[in-house]
Design a protein around this ligand. Structure first.
Ligand code: PMV
Length: 332
């Protein structure tokens, strides 16, 4: 049985309304940063992962999306008040996703605001799809469960399955072929004082998208077979670190996990390298800071930018070393 995204949507929305419940709906979803990464799909059609992953949401950094009906012959999409032409990748990806939820003859007006750089490996698609699904749920008054919103968001982009919640979220890999058990599950624990510092070197769109890069890694990297082993160990350590608020264990686990993920990419063919000289320079600074006794770690997604992990007392010092760093506290 080969399932499509439309099959998943139909099975979740079978009895649900296709009549808007209001003139518009507007919802926010936070961006999230994986501490134990998702890299590799077991099913590309409906974005099922090969491993579980674990993230932290970025508080008020993310995407706010408003949906209403359009009387035009095509979707009207804007991003941060600017119209986005329909032929662009951004608009076509969104309109394709909306096709899954489009009664015949309907076009949407989508006004989206993002306060994080788009497509620079800063998980903008995660918050974007999660906000879109939440807004659809409200617009049609479907009243889906958070786990169901997570499954629908996953169809837009895998990591979006974790952006339905604040705080720490585990995306459980699941075993079902239809993916109905592959969704986010929030962790109860909070961690006031845990800081994430965004080091943005390049806001430009990445040369190779995460889907293509992960597929290439799965198919060509001989190191990839060690990745699920690494993730299984890292998930145990990260959850233990969160439970016991053991910062160094969490930092080490997250940094090690990110480096292992990038090692699998580098061992793919053709190789995938997201880092630039700025990335490597910052990594070396961070390793030097640790040698000097400062507890700071990094993680890196499908882009050159780094996200630092540290505790509040280190903020002033780190801000003086990285003046452009933007700091987010997930548990204020
Ligand atoms: O959700 P996608 O398909 O954009 O993939 C995200 C992959 C990483 O950001 C590199 C890792 C993760 O778990 O978010």
């Amino acid at each position: 049985m080969v399932l499509s995204k439309a099959d998943v949507v139909n099975s979740l929305l079978k009895e649900r309304s296709s009549e808007p419940a209001a003139a518009f709906a507007e919802c926010f979803a936070p961006s999230n940063i994986a501490l134990v990464k998702y890299w590799g799909k077991r099913n590309q059609a409906i974005n099922l992962p090969l491993t579980s992953s674990l993230s932290i949401s970025l508080d008020d950094k993310g995407t706010r999306t408003k949906i209403s009906l359009s009387n035009k012959q095509q979707d009207e999409i804007s991003l941060n008040e600017m119209p986005v032409p329909n032929h662009t990748e951004f608009a076509s990806r969104l309109s394709h996703f909306l096709n899954l939820f489009r009664p015949a003859g309907i076009h949407y007006k989508i006004e989206t605001h993002s306060n994080i750089p788009i497509a620079a490996g800063l998980a903008s698609s995660a918050s974007g799809f999660a906000a879109m699904v939440k807004a659809l749920d409200q617009f049609y008054a479907w009243k889906l469960l958070p786990s169901e919103l997570s499954i629908l968001s996953r169809l837009g982009s895998g990591s979006a399955s974790r952006s339905i919640w604040e705080g720490f979220v585990e995306w459980q890999v699941g075993t079902r072929e239809d993916g109905m058990d592959s969704h986010g599950v929030p962790l109860e624990t909070t961690w006031p004082g845990l800081c994430i510092g965004l080091l943005i070197f390049n806001e430009k769109k990445k040369a190779i998208g995460s889907s293509e890069a992960m597929q290439r890694t799965v198919q060509t990297s001989k190191l990839y077979k060690s990745w699920p082993v690494q993730v299984a160990d890292d998930l145990i350590e990260a959850k233990e670190a969160i439970k016991s608020q053991h910062f160094d264990l969490l930092g080490q686990t997250a940094e090690h996990n990110a480096l292992a993920m990038h090692a699998t990419m580098l061992s793919s063919w053709p190789p995938v390298l997201y880092s630039t000289h700025e990335t490597f320079e910052a990594m070396q600074k961070i390793w030097q800071l640790r040698q000097d006794g400062i507890s700071v770690y990094f993680t890196q997604d499908a882009g050159p930018n780094l996200k630092l992990l540290f505790l509040k007392p280190q903020q002033a010092l780190l801000q003086s070393i990285f003046p452009n760093m933007q700091v987010i506290e997930s548990f204020k």
